[in-house]
Design a protein around this ligand. Structure first.
Ligand code: HXC
Length: 257
């Protein structure tokens, strides 16, 4: 899997590694990603995942346009389906996922960043959904996730014009959580990951599931889902420890169960 570099650890680092093509996503890479995400999902040693792009130019500059230029209509549909499965696999990981955006995050690259929980970007990052310039539309979740993240007005502007925005604008628009200098990107992502790794994994999992419900469910069902998720967190050994530690004025020791 040369197109992916996976450094397995409690805070794991996944690097999309096709720098010559600005880390564009082609079908073999996406299939490799799907397999890797499945193994991460079942690996309890990994507590937080950071995703970044190889090289100093791009996070991911989108789906591979050269590969798409060779596809039939049916293959194009299947390609969108594959992209969606990979984005859903990121979203459904029970652990927090941080996108460390080191350059262009365009098309499928922005869609990948939006399938992550938190986004830290360097001042070199550029964001956009330029598919319209290829007579295409976002096909890896962008028409749905972008308006949820930044609102209809700005999402329509990005998707219909294909324009790019810089990292400062992305921060102002609420598309990213934090903007840092290029050399600080991975250290800051690791700091944030360490902060998350120090929380109860059970509570993080339930928080993530309930937050996702706010995107996928009607409000009434989502509010009910939250109650169930709260109940599951409440049933954990970590909840007993967390509340007890507060009362006893000491730091909690999580078991992540
Ligand atoms: C394939 C790509 C690529 C892409 C860049 N490259 N983006 N290859 N797919 N998405 C390749 C170029 O062909 C070039 O290869 C090398 O990377 C460097 O790119 P340049 O264009 O020479 O760099 P620069 O002039 O600096 O421009 C950077 C750029 C531009 C603005 C990011 O590359 C660009 O506009 N890329 C396309 C972005 C895009 O449209 N993304 C959305 C794709 S559609 P060579 O071999 O010439 O050196 C999409 C749909 C998702 O994402 C859903 C699918 C279901």
């Amino acid at each position: 899997m040369e197109d992916l570099i996976f450094e397995k650890a409690e805070i794991a680092l996944l690097t999309i590694n096709r720098p010559k093509a600005l880390n564009a996503l082609n079908p073999p890479l996406l299939n490799n990603l799907a397999g890797l995400l499945l193994s991460i999902r079942h690996d309890h040693a990994v507590r937080v995942l950071i995703v970044t792009g190889a090289g100093d130019r791009a996070f991911v500059a989108g789906a591979d346009i050269a590969a798409m230029s060779e596809m039939t209509s049916v293959e194009g549909l299947e390609f969108s389906n594959l992209c969606h499965r990979v984005m859903a696999a990121f979203e459904d990981l029970p652990i927090p996922v941080i996108a460390a955006v080191n350059g262009f995050a365009l098309g499928g690259g922005l869609e990948l960043a939006m399938a992550c929980d938190l986004v830290i970007a360097s001042d070199k990052a550029r964001f956009g959904q330029p598919e319209i310039n290829l007579a295409l539309i976002p096909g890896a979740g962008g028409t749905q996730r972008l308006p949820h993240r930044i609102g209809q007005v700005r999402a329509r502007e990005l998707i219909m014009t294909g324009d790019m925005i810089d990292a400062k604008t992305a921060l102002e628009w609420g598309l990213i959580n934090k903007l840092v200098g290029a050399e600080q990107l991975l250290p800051e992502a690791r700091n944030l990951a360490a902060k998350l790794a120090a929380k109860s994994g059970v509570a993080l999992r339930q928080a993530k599931a309930a937050l996702r419900a706010s995107f996928t469910m009607e409000e009434d069902a989502g509010l009910r889902f939250e109650q169930s998720a709260f109940g599951l967190a409440f049933a954990s050994a970590d909840r007993i420890e967390g509340t007890k530690a507060f009362v006893e004025k000491r730091d909690p020791k999580w078991q992540h169960r």
